[in-house]
Design a protein around this ligand. Structure first.
Ligand code: KG4
Length: 347
């Protein structure tokens, strides 16, 4: 009894995956990204997201099963993200999973999307499973959240720090937007920062409590960048960006400065976490922002300094995906943690 179908629709990715927990092998991982549908609006439009999930859900599940060479009959459990996320989007995946579970008499497992991100560090690019040691520190950074966890075991973790306002990914996205990179902006900021060899030109303010608290704050950074652009004649507080003055050189310099600033903040928090939790054996870095190679390299270096392993999954498992949902479902099944068919998006 070990084949798990994972389903994920919490935001703007329709995803399904099949995981074989007996052989510890991911059999398939399919995803339809809606980025193209939302980018003209500069962010995710919830109604468009739900409608697109509805159109793509059965195609994606079908292709995950085909890729895995499995039929629905061969699936033992159905794991589905039921929270947190956009309610309309979540409902599409959840109703689909509940219907399948009911019609095919399969056990259902509701998965917390944020918990699945924590354990995505176990997913390797060759679809085998990494042996991440416990306890470890996990830094999870995406467009919607930035959290530090102390992870004791599968399903056993506590929040030791989190953002008090915006998420790191949101800071990347919002600043990317005002310098003309569109949505989502994290990857474009990294690309532009590489053009200036990741130099910090403008020394944006780091968090005040940088080395004292494990919490994060990014809204002040966003405002600081905006006011610096006003000083440079590239932003008008009433009218927005002044495109004539936003040159490629300025875009690159802002990107370099922003990326180094956020990497400095992450590094300082990791260092503080190592000091507060000396028994932690590793640092894991997960969530969409963990696609960033520059930040990963900085976190790897600081981990080495403290004699900790550093693990970050390949980018396809950092961004939203169903492989992490199926994998999390596998250990929940082992722990006998199943959900009732009245599972909803708040439970
Ligand atoms: O986890 P994710 O796919 O979606 C959720 O927010 O749940 O994360 C998306 C976020 C976006 O804010 C995006 O700008 C950011 O991850 N991101 C990056 C990079 N690639 C994606 N941020 C910094 N550097 C990157 N290379």
């Amino acid at each position: 009894m070990s084949i798990i179908l994972g389903i994920e629709t919490s935001c703007d990715e329709t995803a399904a995956a099949v995981y074989d927990s007996e052989n510890k092998k991911l059999l398939s991982n399919t995803v339809f990204s809606q980025i193209k549908l939302h980018e003209i609006y500069g962010g995710v439009v919830p109604e468009i997201a739900s409608r697109s999930h509805l159109e793509k859900m059965d195609i994606i599940v079908d292709s995950a099963l085909k890729q895995a060479n499995k039929t629905l009959e061969e699936i033992n459990y159905i794991a589905v993200t039921n929270k947190p996320g956009l309610v309309g989007s979540l409902l599409v995946g959840l109703c689909f999973a509940k219907t399948l579970a009911y019609a095919k008499n399969k056990k259902l497992i509701g998965i917390n999307h944020l918990e699945a991100h924590i354990f995505s560090s176990f997913l390797k690019s060759d679809n085998s499973i990494e042996k991440v040691p416990f306890p470890h520190i996990c830094l999870s950074a995406s467009g919607g959240s930035t959290v530090l966890y102390y992870v004791k075991n599968f399903g056993e973790y506590e929040i030791i720090g989190q953002t008090t306002d915006d998420a790191a990914g949101e800071a990347f996205d919002k600043i990317a937007k005002i310098i003309g990179f569109g949505y989502p902006g994290g990857a474009k900021i990294e690309q532009a920062a590489s053009q200036v060899e990741f130099k910090d030109f403008y020394k944006y303010p780091r968090t005040k409590n940088l080395t004292k608290s494990l919490d994060f704050t990014f809204s002040g950074l966003k405002t600081a960048v905006m006011y610096d652009l006003v000083k440079k004649g590239a932003y008008d507080l009433n009218k927005g960006p002044i495109w004539n003055n936003i040159t490629p050189e300025l875009q690159n310099k802002v990107s370099g400065s922003l990326l180094v600033c956020i990497a400095d903040i992450f590094q300082a928090k990791a260092e503080l976490a190592f000091k507060k939790y000396p028994q932690a054996k590793a640092l894991t870095f997960v969530g969409g922002v963990a696609c960033n190679n520059y930040i990963s390299e900085r976190l790897k270096n600081i981990s080495q300094k403290y004699d900790k392993s550093f693990i970050t999954p390949p980018c396809k498992f950092c961004a939203d995906n169903a492989a992490m949902i199926a994998f999390t479902g596998a250990y929940k099944a082992k722990q006998n943690k199943f959900s009732d068919l009245d599972l909803d998006v708040f439970k």
